[in-house]
Design a protein around this ligand. Structure first.
Ligand code: PEP
Ligand code: MG
Length: 900
């Protein structure tokens, strides 16, 4: 609960507002990140312009009641009076005008997604007062015209282009390049035109009453919580819709009062690389939005050391103080007004995954945090970008230009010039690079689907850069050599012109823009990441296996730290061009003899596959799942076959040998047709109907084991049966496997330990787990099928048909094929594990469905005491970290329990 605050002399009880002096960093839920940190800085005695925060609770009440909550107006009035006293200025008074900023501030940082208004309190009268007091008419008019634009855009929805067009025309007619070159007279004319734009487009005049301005602004910031881009961003980052935003009202300081003024953004360490060095950008004689909006290209912070040495020194000291206080990299906004430094914001910096890992390691080495804290801080979804490909340094590239290396990773794609096209092309054509002169938060849906982003304007802290880094997308920004015509959909760079659809590549680590498509190379784990992973390994208790079907995948997974293969889908070995004809011959065989003959041909191939896996996993378990999919998947598509037959008919060749063969094939494909193949003749059902198929696989596995043992490889075969629903199915194979192993080992005179397990993919198997235990050394939860069968959703259709809609409409909290459904599917996993381990404490239990690589699901696996998860090779490093985080969370829960 928020504290209740009494104020003098009115005794007004604040319910919806908290002043900066009263809050602190721990009140983020109530004050939003920005408000909480402004309060913390104020309390630490830093120069923060005074102000107050309207709480997220007020925002939630606004959405519930569809109007500003009762009492808020009085509290705002009272708070403004206090602010007037602190600043010795008055809101709306031309003789000493108080000007304020009105900024959104959500609990989780959502950069640029909601609205902000600066210079509120200006009108036709106060602007004169500001001119007089500052002794700078041009400055006052400049503030006013910016305010009109910003306010009208945020409050009335008047598009920025209307104002920008007038500004451009004015600059052309005055024959000047920059805004700063416009005179006071020019700005006064602009203001008249701007007000006309507002009247025409908003249908009402620009409000002159400052109280009205304030109310409209607060409401508009509340509303901006639900604008399109904010909603998309929340979905992407799993931020709850109900949270709401706080609104920060703060007295203005001016970075645009002259050359002894400025504004900037500073990171205490490089957010791209993690290097321990101040990193940032600033502009002299400018207001805050100029830096982040990417309109003017800012100067590097290092230049400030020369240009404003005193300020630079103070700024560096403050940065160090803030970093030590928060024990994390800070992203700081500051303004210099007449040589005085003010802090406007500090927050934990968004950074690339590379920087996140490096700073985590550095902080541990600098004794700022513990190893466990370092692991807990890592965002596994974010670390994904470290597993992104890069450009092979040995390739000769046609580098067109170099921009700012804003977010690492390399990408190739077809050029698109707007977010909507990015979205539609990425669905149809695949890979796109979003090329813009600069991105705005409205482009977020394009940024999400693009392989990478290239902008011609904007610095390292521009919107494009911040958003791309957060998402782990390669991004090159501020590439001034690239001329982007957003309207003509054309990119001119280094004498070449590219149209929509042309291929281009970018390297977000170096800033290079490269002609055409380039081959991307594999991922190399940095020393820092290896360090963090080794800490994760010290902490975690669950094993991390991999899903791998080929030796190359297995090798990659081992490099990434996999401790075994948790699932080898043997059917994937059947699809190779040398295998498929034999597999088809096996399926089309008219009798057992023909089928056995085809299986005999398959056996050596399958055996060499297994030898490859054993070699790659030397000393680690290799879990082989016997054939799972329905057989028709190996045969050609019926429609295509019918078309071929139609061709024979057309050419009068319907009696030819080939046509007869085709007819037999069509008949077989038809006979294998099932209405619900996923519930049909697949998995162990197939193995029971055609035991010779599974026999071949079992034989191949043990023969491969024997040969590998002879070669000095340490083999640990695990063999598992898919889609078991009744214990008799498992028992059937248990007997066959043990007797075949005995036969092969006896003949070879060598042997090894092996394990037999069952997949649990059918709810009945989970419910009757105790009956399976006598025949199983391990339970491997195939949570893809288990989700399909528990929900009754077809996994091949649901996502394309209704599941996305379900998630959008919040019918379901998330896609259960991605995040394990704890209540239903999870309950089955939990139940089966408990039953199994009760009867056989040595029973190993793990997940090998897609959920095995999902951090939230891994958390659940730890909670219910699973022994391992298995995921695709590229997810192994993340799973190692997620498993360590899960263990730390479990330990914390445990120690909380012990304390209470
Ligand atoms: C599963 O069902 O979770 C599983 C791993 O098997 P597959 O995805 O191959 O059906
Ligand atoms: Mg399955």
């Amino acid at each position: 609960m928020r504290p209740m605050i009494q104020t003098e002399p009115t005794q007004l009880t604040y319910r919806w507002i908290m002043h900066f002096e009263e809050g602190n960093k721990d009140l983020k839920q109530l004050l939003g990140g920005k408000g909480a940190n402004l309060a913390e800085m104020t309390r630490a005695g830093l120069a923060v312009p005074p102000g107050f925060t309207i709480t997220t609770e007020a925002c939630r009440a606004y959405y519930q009641g569809h109007q500003l909550p009762e009492g808020l107006l009085d509290e705002m009035k009272q708070s403004m009076t206090e602010l007037e006293q602190k600043k010795d200025q008055r809101f709306g008074d031309p003789t000493a005008p108080l000007l304020i900023s009105v900024r959104s501030g959500s609990v989780n940082s959502m950069p640029g997604m909601m609205d902000t208004i600066l210079n509120l309190g200006l009108n036709d009268e106060t602007v004169k007062g500001l001119a007089e007091l500052s002794g700078n008419e041009r400055f006052a008019l400049d503030c006013y015209r910016r305010f009109i634009q910003m306010f009208s855009n945020v409050v009335f929805g008047v598009e920025g282009v209307y104002f920008e067009k007038i500004l451009r025309t004015m600059k052309q007619s005055r024959k000047v390049e920059t805004d700063q070159q416009l005179t006071a007279q020019d700005l006064a004319e602009l203001i008249v035109s701007y007000k006309n734009v507002v009247k025409t487009n908003a249908g009402k005049p620009f409000p002159q009453d400052v109280q009205e301005q304030l109310l409209l602004a607060v409401e508009a910031v509340f509303r901006s919580w639900n604008n399109h881009r904010a909603i998309i961003y929340r979905r992407l980052h799993a931020i709850p819709d109900e949270q709401g935003t706080a609104v920060n009202i703060q007295s203005m300081v001016f970075g645009n009062l002259g050359d002894d003024c400025g504004t900037g953004v500073l990171f205490t360490r490089n957010p791209s690389t993690g290097e321990r060095k101040l990193f940032g950008e600033y502009l002299t004689n400018a207001q805050g939005e100029d830096v982040v909006a990417g309109v003017r290209t800012p100067k590097a912070i290092s230049e400030m050391e020369v240009e404003m040495p005193e300020i630079y020194k103070l700024l560096s000291e403050t940065a160090a103080q803030l970093e030590a206080h928060y024990r994390d990299v800070q992203d700081i906004e500051f303004t210099i007004e007449k040589n005085r430094l003010y802090m406007l914001q500090t927050r934990n910096a968004k950074r690339t995954a590379q920087a996140a890992v490096k700073t985590a390691v550095d902080f541990v080495n600098e004794d700022m945090i513990t190893k466990a804290e370092a692991i807990e801080r890592l965002d596994t979804a974010h670390l994904n970008q470290l597993l992104h490909p890069s450009i092979d340094p040995s390739i000769t590239l046609n580098v067109l230009a170099t921009g700012l290396p804003a977010s690492p990773g390399a990408a190739s794609g077809q050029i698109v010039f707007d977010a909507d096209t990015a979205e539609s092309w990425s669905k149809k054509q695949g890979k796109v690079i979003l090329v813009r002169s600069e991105t705005t938060p409205e482009d977020i849906h394009g940024v999400i689907v693009a392989q990478g982003i290239l902008t011609s304007h904007g610095g390292m802290t521009s919107h494009a850069a911040v958003v791309a880094r957060g998402m782990g997308k390669p991004c090159v920004c501020g590439c001034e050599a690239a001329e982007v015509d957003d309207e003509l959909k054309q990119l001119s760079i280094n004498g070449r012109t590219y149209q929509e659809g042309d291929w281009i590549s970018i390297d977000g680590a170096t800033g290079r823009v490269i002609d055409g498509k380039v081959e991307l190379t594999d991922v190399n784990l940095s020393d820092e990441l290896l360090t963090v992973l080794s800490w994760a390994d010290e902490i975690r208790s669950m094993k991390i296996y991999t899903n791998a079907d080929h030796p190359e995948d297995a090798r990659k997974a081992r490099e990434f730290g996999a401790e075994g293969i948790g699932l080898c889908r043997t059917e994937h070995m059947f699809f190779g061009h040398d295998r498929l004809p034999v597999v088809q011959a096996m399926i089309l065989a008219e009798n057992l003899r023909d089928r056995l003959e085809a299986l005999d041909r398959l056996l050596p191939m399958q055996q060499s596959d297994f030898e490859g896996l054993f070699k790659a996993m030397d000393g680690y378990p290799v879990t082989v799942r016997l054939l799972d999919p329905p057989l028709h998947e190996f045969l050609p598509n019926l429609d295509e076959l019918n078309e071929q037959m139609a061709d024979f008919l057309k050419n009068g060749r319907e009696q030819s040998n080939d046509a007869n063969k085709l007819r037999t094939l069509i008949k077989k494909v038809r006979s294998l047709h099932e209405v619900n193949p996923m519930l049909g003749q697949r998995g162990c059902r197939l193995g029971i109907l055609y035991p010779e198929i599974y026999d071949m696989q079992i034989r191949a596995l043990f023969q491969a084991a024997v040969i590998s043992i002879h070669k000095g490889v340490e083999v640990i075969p695990h063999i598992m049966i898919p889609l078991v629903g009744h214990y008799t199915e498992l028992k059937f194979f248990h007997e066959r496997i043990t007797s075949m192993a005995l036969e092969i080992f006896t003949a070879a005179g060598v042997e090894c330990d092996y394990e037999i397990g069952t997949m649990i993919e059918v709810p009945r198997a989970a419910l009757t787990a105790e009956k399976l235990v006598p025949y199983a050394d391990f339970f491997s939860y195939g949570t893809n099928d288990l989700t399909q069968m528990t929900f009754g959703y077809s996994r091949d259709d649901a996502e394309g048909k209704f599941l996305t809609y379900y998630v959008d409409q919040k019918v379901l909290p998330n896609n259960p094929f991605q995040v394990l459904d704890r209540d239903g599917v999870g309950q089955l996993v939990d139940l089966a594990t408990q039953k199994g381990k009760k009867l056989k404490p040595t029973l190993q239990a793990g997940v090998c469905g897609e959920h095995g690589g999902d951090p939230e699901s891994i958390m659940y696996c730890q909670e219910i005491g699973l022994d391992y998860v298995s995921c695709s090779p590229y997810r192994v490093p993340l799973a190692r970290i997620a498993a360590a985080q899960a263990k730390l969370a479990a330990d914390r829960r445990h120690s909380n329990c012990n304390l209470s």
